[in-house]
Design a protein around this ligand. Structure first.
Ligand SMILES: NC(=O)c1ccc[n+]([C@@H]2O[C@H](COP(=O)([O-])OP(=O)(O)OC[C@H]3O[C@@H](n4cnc5c(N)ncnc54)[C@H](OP(=O)(O)O)[C@@H]3O)[C@@H](O)[C@H]2O)c1
Length: 285
């Protein structure tokens, strides 16, 4: 790849953002600028607009890995979640359209209602009814991006884990060292997906877009690992890995429970399976 692309990353300290920054720094063909919430606060739309207007670095791509990701808290902070996940994204999309920037944005399996057992495809609108505020704000962002007519790629990802950050894998690892008994939900099914896989796939997509001669393949693409499992099965895998790594664990018993036995502020979809054929047909990942 000869073209040198300029990339702006928002959400540089997050699970996906930090992996993007790490991997892109190893590449010689990219100039990157990455920002955290204390550089530009997405809940302050005026600040975000003026930040974009005053950019001295004209990007070819914007990757938006910033989001309000506290799914339960979003039920109590609806306005804030909407500002960060939806309205700020509309500003990014309008900026991208106006300035011919390609926008890469992450969305979620939580845009679906979680009904049925089949993996959801990108063209499924029948189940496109989020059941929590987080999912609703993420769906509104998708619509704002599409309506902006910017050149966009929306990657719907799911169940992200990473060595760093607050995620299921790290929570289970901590609890397994502290408690003898763990109860884990066994009737929500999805695809645990590593943040580094999402970041490296994003970079491969950007490289292919730079070489791409045809019309920009704007669209929604599902991107997740190819294994469907419950949180319970994932917890067992995590604990087995820790045992293999000789980590000192306290846990003796893992009890599967149903979603209805575990009250949370936000409802969560039972079926989070994503059909990822489209992205693998289109891009080499
Ligand atoms: N985690 C998952 O399981 C999952 C699943 C599906 C989709 N996704 C989507 O994937 C994307 C990345 O997720 P992630 O897991 O990497 O998220 P994450 O680790 O929670 O990181 C999100 C980042 O967003 C930034 N942010 C939050 N509020 C902000 C604000 N007001 N202004 C600017 N930045 C703000 C934070 O920046 P600071 O740290 O600088 O405050 C944080 O680093 C998000 O769009 C998320 O919706 C995640």
């Amino acid at each position: 790849m000869k073209i040198k692309a300029k990339i702006i990353i928002f959400g540089k300290n997050g699970q996906i953002g930090s992996n993007l920054v790490k991997l892109l720094k190893e590449e010689s063909n990219f100039d990157i600028k990455a920002y955290a919430s204390n550089d530009v606060d997405f809940s302050n739309l005026t600040q975000l607009s003026s930040f974009l207007e005053n950019l001295s670095f004209y990007p070819d791509f914007i990757i938006n890995a910033a989001a309000y990701t506290a799914v339960d808290k979003a039920e109590e902070e609806q306005e804030l979640a909407d500002l960060i996940n939806h309205q700020a994204v509309k500003i990014l999309a309008d900026y991208s359209k106006k300035n011919n920037v390609k926008l890469i944005h992450y969305s979620t399996d939580y845009v679906f209602d979680g009904l049925g057992n089949e993996p959801f495809t990108e063209d499924n609108t029948q189940n496109l009814y989020p059941i929590n505020i987080y999912g609703k704000t993420k769906l509104l962002a998708e619509k704002a991006i599409i309506n902006s007519k910017a050149k966009y790629i929306i990657l719907r990802i799911s169940w992200i884990y990473d060595q760093e950050g607050k995620n299921f894998m790290n929570i289970i690892a901590k609890l397994a060292q502290e408690r003898e008994v763990l109860t884990v939900i066994s009737d929500q099914i999805g695809s645990p997906t590593s943040a580094s896989f999402v970041a490296s796939s994003t970079i491969k997509i950007i490289k292919q877009l730079l070489e791409y001669q045809d019309e920009f393949p704007a669209g929604i693409y599902h991107l997740a690992s190819n294994k469907y499992m419950s949180w319970y099965s994932f917890a067992i895998d995590i604990i087995n890995t820790l045992k293999n790594d000789k980590v000192n664990l306290k846990v003796k018993k893992i009890i599967p429970i149903k979603t209805c036995e575990y009250k949370t502020l936000a409802q969560r979809p039972l079926n989070s399976r994503l059909n990822c054929q489209k992205i693998f047909n289109f891009f080499k990942l």
